[in-house]
Ligand binder design. Structure first.
Ligand SMILES: [Zn+2]
Length: 74
């Protein structure tokens, strides 16, 4: 498992699942799947399926954990 707790840079790739520090308002899920990376990340909420763009720097501060590959759930 690729664990990451703020501070260190991590290469986030399409398909990674991010566990966020804050739950998504409304649905309560703290997991976001990465759809696109760049200056902004495009994420989809694992709970409600909503997609949204978030600035990379802002997103990185909000990440608690990165789940990747075989450790990915679902
Ligand atoms: Zn949601």
């Amino acid at each position: 498992m690729c664990k990451w707790k703020g501070g260190d840079l991590v290469d986030i790739s399409v398909g990674d699942v991010l566990v966020m520090k804050k739950q998504h308002p409304g649905c309560g899920s703290d997991r976001m799947k990465v759809l696109r990376v760049g200056a902004d990340f495009k994420l989809t909420c694992a709970g409600c399926g909503r997609t949204f763009m978030i600035a990379r720097s802002k997103c990185e501060k909000s990440i608690k954990l990165v789940l990747r590959g075989e450790d990915k759930e679902n």
